[in-house]
Design a protein around this ligand. Structure first.
Ligand code: G1P
Length: 289
């Protein structure tokens, strides 16, 4: 019987160099899509999938993320006094419950695998979800919820994947497709940022994972991979010899907010989807185009 997945890890220690100077003193995970920071979308997706504890692997200059998930009494009082009950309710809805968050720091930028390994003591001996907030995925239900079905069916480790143009695979982790299952397919290979000619497919890893805690043992060797960094993909490739990895092609649209085009497109797509903005924004866009 599988353990229920109740804990999620959010690596938020990245430097955000592609968004300088905006990210000089502000974490890239606090960049907003319409009016919500990227990290809030990832936390919402996790909560919707039944996650009860949220682990943030932060770094220097990231204190504001911790503040974001705390109460702001001054602000709440002011909203209350001004009768802004709708805004107040919204703020309270977004907040994890007391004791549901943990924060740890990755002291050096040694790679995504190392960031995940930094969460090992907090996660303990349980399966966990891993969400990369840069990959904003517009989906209903959210991608992590879609993956839970495959997890309940197959157990083991689950990875959300999607197809991209072959020329773009070198920006991502790529999986090889094995036998089909009722829910998803068996992954038979994984490679981080391959040259398109060496890629086993055009199915990329979309920044959503359900992993077994054994991954922490494999990450503890601190082996460096692509870009001289400790890669989660390499540890997963090693774990594949012991445990099943299932690929899930989810329904939804990904915005890679690690790139400017992805981030700008996300803002347009999410704004067009907001009832109170859509009509006016559509007119503005028509003028601009
Ligand atoms: C990371 C992962 C990669 C994955 C990507 C999704 O790469 O290592 O396998 O496809 O996220 O965004 P990064 O974007 O940190 O270079």
């Amino acid at each position: 019987m599988n353990n229920k997945v109740k804990i999620a890890v959010f690596p938020v220690a990245g430097l955000g160099t592609r968004f300088l100077p905006a990210t000089k003193s502000m974490p890239k995970e606090m960049l907003t899509v319409v009016d919500r920071p990227l990290i809030q979308y990832a936390v919402d997706e996790a909560r919707e999938a039944g996650i009860e504890h949220f682990v943030f692997v932060t770094g220097r200059n990231k204190g504001v993320i911790e503040d974001h998930f705390d109460r702001q009494f001054e602000l709440e009082t002011t909203l209350f006094e001004r009768g802004k009950t709708k805004e107040l309710k919204e703020l309270q809805k977004d907040l994890p419950k007391p004791g549901q968050t943990s924060f740890t720091r990755q002291q050096e930028p040694l790679g995504l695998g190392h960031a995940v390994w930094c969460a090992r003591d907090i996660v303990g001996d349980e399966p966990f979800a891993l969400l990369l907030p840069d990959m904003l995925i517009k989906a209903e239900p959210g991608v992590l919820s879609q993956m839970m079905g495959a997890y309940n069916e197959n157990g083991g480790n689950i990875i959300a994947v999607e197809e991209v143009d072959k020329k773009d695979v070198s920006s991502y982790g790529v999986v090889g497709r094995g036998a089909g299952l009722d829910e998803g397919f068996i992954i038979n290979e994984m490679i981080e940022k391959p040259d398109p000619k060496d890629a086993p497919s055009n199915l990329i890893i979309s920044g959503r994972y359900i992993l077994q805690p054994r991954i922490f043992d494999l990450l503890s060797s601190h082996t460096k991979g692509a870009g001289g960094e400790i890669q989660i993909t390499d540890a997963m490739q090693a774990l594949m010899k012991e445990q099943q990895f299932t690929g899930v092609k989810f329904k939804g649209r990904t915005f890679d907010c690690g790139s400017k085009i992805g981030f700008l497109s996300a803002n347009v797509a999410y704004a067009l989807d907001r009832e109170e903005l859509s009509e006016e924004f559509r007119k503005e866009l028509a003028i601009l185009l």
